[in-house]
Design a protein around this ligand. Structure first.
Ligand code: ASP
Length: 300
């Protein structure tokens, strides 16, 4: 990969994606065999928002490569609480680490941080903006189960605030993928994202009911309604629980359908689906380690 920083999925070409996924497959085959690849490399973890998978899988990936991580910890226990600016925080931590992984509630935060430091910055989620490393592991799972070309994928739920959706939809424009966007009217893809997708040559098919598309899909990518991004709790309540996938929903699906979810799920997919062949979301989460190993290996 040619990029110093990874801020948006728009930076990723088909070649970049394939290189990372191929390398990730090598790491997945034998994750313990690379422990001297990046000895003495230190990765700085700066998470200004909650995270389980992204943070822990970056931590695991760096350690699997023989390096180590340093963690700013929670916002409440850091100098952010004293009013330190993001620019100052990253300028300090670049002196401690060889690369920074940043999650922040503000869209554009990773881009801003990258302008203040010389070490690589990886965007691990910036508000409702982008989450490019989630996309790489999503693509890894899609490639395993359905292939990335000649793909029909339904992307459902909170398309307005869901940063994983914005990144995935952009990345899929590199492939022959028919994307069907399913959401309540109020949570449609933002206009800017629709514009960018069309500019990249994609058709933006929008639906409000999953039944309109379900039987055509190879992959159904379900997302959580991003409660923390709603300016008004009543607005959240008006759409919460609107889409729920259970065993009955999947009766009319293609038997090969993969149901994916970036997790955490709240109630979008009922636990009974977990035991079905369709469910690939835990496997998807597990691929976060080899995919992030591959990304770090390229970037460092
Ligand atoms: N974990 C994903 C993210 O950080 C998805 C979600 O939170 O719903 O964007």
């Amino acid at each position: 990969m040619r990029h110093e920083h990874l801020i948006s999925a728009k930076q990723l070409s088909r070649g970049d994606i394939e290189a990372v996924l191929d390398r990730a497959a090598e790491f997945a085959a034998d994750p313990g065999a690379h422990s001297d690849s990046h000895a003495e490399t230190l990765l700085g973890l700066l998470f200004f928002e909650p995270s389980t998978r992204t943070k822990m899988s970056f931590d695991a990936a760096m350690k699997r490569l023989g390096g180590d991580t340093i963690d700013m910890g929670s916002v409440d226990s850091s100098s952010v609480k004293k009013g330190e600016s993001l620019a100052d925080t990253v300028r300090v931590i670049e002196g401690y680490a060889d690369a920074l992984v940043l999650r922040h509630p503000s869209e554009g935060a990773a881009k801003l941080a990258s302008e203040f430091v010389d070490v690589p910055v990886v965007n691990a989620g910036d508000g409702a903006g982008h989450h490019p490393t989630q996309t790489l592991l999503d693509l890894y799972t899609i490639r395993e189960h359905a292939g990335l070309d000649d793909l029909t994928i339904g992307i459902m739920g909170d398309l307005k605030y869901g940063r994983t959706v914005h990144s995935l939809a952009h990345a899929l424009t590199n492939f022959d993928a028919d994307q069907r966007f399913v959401s309540p009217e109020s949570l449609r893809l933002p206009q800017g994202v629709r514009y960018d997708l069309r500019n990249a040559g994609a058709e933006v098919h929008e639906h409000t009911a999953l039944e309109e598309v379900l039987d055509e899909l190879d992959v159904l990518y379900v997302t959580r309604i991003q409660r923390e991004r709603f300016p008004d709790e009543n607005e959240y309540r008006s759409v919460a629980g609107e889409y729920r996938i259970d065993a009955a929903t999947l009766e009319s699906a293609n038997p090969e359908l993969s149901v994916m979810h970036p997790l955490p799920r709240v109630d979008e997919i009922t636990p009974e689906v977990d035991a079905m062949e369709h469910a690939t979301y835990f496997e998807q989460a597990h691929s976060g380690v080899p995919v992030r190993m591959a990304l770090l290996d390229y970037m460092l």
